[in-house]
Design a protein around this ligand. Structure first.
Ligand SMILES: [Zn+2]
Length: 417
């Protein structure tokens, strides 16, 4: 995509400042009623799907775009999980940048990222320092209000289904600070980007679970309806390509949560907010840099398409293949290699799109798009070759196999060679 590479240059020109735009500071306006209200009020819908869709439609006609805040999980130099030399906080920043680029390119959104790989967005950093007292007061009053409502029985306290690491207090304050900033800047949609981990595991050995999950604000919160609606659309897209987490409690794919600060614990976020755990840090597709980059880009693209679906926009933006990994155009032979590579990834994606991957009797969790030529790919390849009567290419993706698969994307290809 031409526009995409242009955007890449534009963004990298700003160096570590990933800041695509900065929203106007405006008074909060109540959604639905038309009155003015202060942020973070319980029992009033602070946003709705209908409100967001109207704003989206208006964005085409007016200059007022939708405000999207992308929050790469954790801090520039602190926090997040890791596996071997892969740091979650870097994956979060890289995926967020891809997502920001797709959204900006779309034209309906104004996008701000809270940080890049190397530092905070200076606007946010400055906000944390100059609003330290206000943020603390905001947290205190929201928590007290929450406690009061729980004690009066007006809010039901939910137990955590899935255990989360508790953010240390200065980190927690910055997360609440991001929420407050988002409310004051009238952010329509907040997307938190994370990668998961399962504990305990030994540091060098992959853990037990894999797949993605989307967390949304618990339904008693003011921003829950639109958040859940968006989450459902993003889920639909991601689950076409990627396995849903098989961790008990996450295996529905969407989890409502009352305690996660990021998506608005104590009713602290007005805009729609979702937190996506895109996969487990130790999954094979995040290991080799080139494969990792392609997978992160695809995860971002599917997220973007989910938002486009929510707004009913898909026909405008989606090409025939609806994936950055397609169509399969594999030009090189694929052999069993010890390292993951992008040719294997492309081959797997091609098979997946046509229903041959994962192979029979395997799940997406057994056989993710990994770039590794392992048992999953070997089995799928054998099945594919059997089905198409291909001989003499056992164990490798040779010219006949590639031609048959390419023909599925571009009928008549086989007859052309
Ligand atoms: Zn995380």
């Amino acid at each position: 995509m031409k526009a995409f590479s242009k955007m890449l240059i534009a963004v990298s020109f700003f160096g570590s400042v990933f800041l695509v735009g900065i929203f106007d500071r405006k008074m909060m306006t109540i959604v639905g009623g038309g009155d003015t209200m202060s942020a973070a009020v319980f029992f009033t819908q602070s946003t709705t799907s209908a409100h967001l869709r109207t704003a989206f439609d208006n964005a085409s006609r007016t200059k007022k775009k939708l405000n999207v805040l992308i929050v790469p999980g954790h801090e520039p130099n602190f926090g997040g999980t890791e596996f071997r030399d892969v740091l979650e906080r870097d994956l979060n920043a890289d995926l967020s940048l891809y997502l920001a680029q797709y959204l900006v390119e779309d034209g309906h959104y104004e996008v701000v990222m809270t940080r890049g790989r190397d530092g905070w967005n200076p606007h946010l950093e400055n906000y944390f320092t100059t609003n330290d007292e206000e943020i603390k007061n905001f947290v205190r009053s929201q928590k007290m209000e929450m406690l009061r409502l729980v004690s009066e029985g007006r809010i039901t306290k939910m137990g955590d289904l899935v255990p989360h690491n508790t953010a240390p207090s200065d980190v927690a304050l910055r997360l609440f600070g991001i929420n407050k900033w988002a409310n004051e800047h009238k952010v329509d949609i907040v997307v938190h980007v994370h990668f998961n981990d399962s504990a305990p595991r030994s540091t060098m050995v992959p853990g037990e679970y894999n797949g993605f999950t989307i967390y949304t604000p618990e339904r008693q919160y003011s921003n829950s309806q639109a958040s859940l609606d968006i989450a459902n659309h993003v889920f639909k897209r991601l689950s076409k390509m990627f396995p849903v987490s098989n961790l008990p409690g996450e295996d529905n794919g969407i989890v409502e949560e009352q305690e996660l600060i990021a998506i608005g614990s104590s009713n602290t976020v007005d805009g729609a907010s979702i937190l996506i755990e895109y996969g487990y840090i130790y999954e094979p597709q995040f290991r080799a840099p080139e494969v990792r980059a392609m997978v992160l880009k695809e995860l971002a693209f599917q997220t973007y398409l989910g938002l486009a679906d929510f707004f009913g926009e898909s026909s405008l933006v989606v090409g025939p293949h609806q994936s950055t990994l397609l169509p399969y155009s594999g030009n090189s032979p694929v052999n069993k290699t010890t390292l993951a590579n992008t040719e294997v990834l492309a081959f797997q994606a091609g098979l997946l799109a046509k229903g041959y991957y994962p192979p029979r009797d395997y799940s997406r969790n057994d056989c993710p798009l990994s770039g590794f030529f392992g048992p999953c790919t070997k089995t799928a390849l054998a099945e594919f070759q059997r089905e198409f009567g291909i001989s003499g290419e056992g164990g490798i993706v040779g010219p006949k196999t590639r031609a048959e698969l390419r023909n599925l994307f571009e009928p008549s290809f086989v007859s052309k060679i």
